[in-house]
Design a protein around this ligand. Structure first.
Ligand code: GLA
Length: 385
């Protein structure tokens, strides 16, 4: 069975699943998006800057309060159900543990989850680095608080959903993914300062598309290598006498980097220069200078590949193929790395060429075309009418 794609198809699927699983109709509909990061990679756990957008791929949820205390959740995408008492929570496997982590984080923060039936479906591709799990967490968190009649600030929701992932599921990610799922704005990228969670919506210029291409390489090594990068960058900051790499400017880095062992110097160099690139990208977007935006993206990829060493040969190949298409301003890997997807900034008129040429070249090289998603920036989590 092929899975439905797009908000209307998801909605039909979820409505059917809800009535089959729980009977009758839901009282609340919620949409929670996946994300792609334009630039600012592996900076969020270093107090740095990120520039993600929420994408036109999402988790759709339908809910209705019920009697008692139990939460029942059915995933129509996985044909799997979970049921738990949010006040007495054992761990579970896979997506169920994420659902329980959301209930746990809300409960601990004084937002006790209500008794509720929830059906959901997702068209965020799994394992492509487009934050299917943050979309699920933020969607569930928003749904539970809405059904309970609790008002929660979106940034607070993002923090709690990051806590669900860090403190319950046990994956030590930064806050970017949950933040953009909660606070995304249509047709804007979000410049987020992950130190104090201040943010600024940056209009996406007309005439260009965001094009995501998936290597088909499911992200490997993520947990161990991600943890290693966290430790390496924390140590590099410490050796330079800084609280975090965010506090080290490019000039200070040049003055102090000689004190670092080679590996830590390269890791820190990526983070320090990437923070700078994010701010230059925002300035270039505001000035309509797409050539500079593209240069920053290309340079970000080089830095992630050579200094941070989180790329993958298929990501490098896909980025090269994208850049060969006239009308592509820039291309880079996006997300944690070691597989997953690339993001390219493409003149609208060049999108069909991109789809044709990159698909052909990548299929010739690997035997399989890359799934390609052309997207605009969408809003963060919200109730649907
Ligand atoms: C993953 C994490 C994010 C961020 C990126 C790398 O997506 O969930 O917090 O660290 O990797 O930029």
């Amino acid at each position: 069975m092929t899975s439905p794609v797009g908000i209307e198809a998801l909605r039909e699927q979820v409505a059917r699943a809800f009535s089959q699983q729980f009977g009758g109709a839901p009282t609340l509909w919620v949409r929670s998006p996946g994300r792609v990061n334009l630039i600012g990679e592996h900076t969020d756990y270093n107090d740095g800057f990120v520039l993600p957008i929420a994408i036109e791929r999402q988790v759709t949820l339908a809910a209705r309060p019920r009697d008692g205390v139990r939460v029942r959740v059915y995933s129509a995408t996985l044909s799997a159900r979970d049921e738990f008492d949010p006040h007495d929570l054992p761990h579970a496997q896979g997506w169920r543990d994420y659902a329980r982590g959301v209930a746990w984080a809300l409960r601990e923060a004084g937002y006790p989850p209500p008794a509720v039936d929830i059906a959901l479906a997702s068209d965020v591709p799994l394992g492509a680095g487009l934050s299917s799990s943050a979309a699920l967490e933020v969607g569930l968190g928003w749904t539970l608080t809405q059904v309970a009649g609790q008002s929660i600030d979106r940034a607070r929701l993002a923090q709690l959903m990051q806590r669900a992932e860090n403190g319950w599921v046990g994956v030590a990610t930064g806050i970017m993914d949950q933040f953009i799922a909660a606070l995304g704005q249509a047709d804007h990228a979000l410049l987020v300062d992950t130190r104090d969670l201040s943010y600024e919506a940056v209009p996406m210029p007309p005439g260009v598309s965001i094009v995501i291409a998936d290597t088909n390489v499911k992200r490997g090594l993520v947990d161990s290598e991600y943890g290693a990068r966290r430790r390496e960058t924390a140590e590099a900051a410490h050796l330079m006498g800084a609280q975090s790499l965010r506090d080290v400017s490019a000039a200070e880095f040049d003055a102090r980097a000689a004190a670092l062992p080679d590996l830590l110097r390269r890791r820190a160099h990526h983070v320090v220069t990437e923070n700078d690139r994010v701010l230059r990208t925002v300035a270039a977007l505001e000035a309509g200078d797409l050539a500079t935006v593209g240069e920053m993206m290309n340079e970000s990829h080089r830095s992630l590949r050579d200094d941070y060493q989180v790329s993958h040969p298929n990501l490098d190949m896909l980025v090269e193929m994208a850049r060969r298409v006239p009308g592509v301003y820039g291309a880079r890997m996006t997300g944690g790395g070691f597989g997953g997807a690339t993001v390219s900034l493409v003149a609208n008129a060049a999108v069909p060429d991109f789809e044709g040429e990159v698909s052909r070249a990548y299929a010739d090289a690997t035997g399989q075309p890359p799934p390609i998603y052309v997207t605009r920036a969408t809003d963060g989590v919200n109730a649907l009418a």
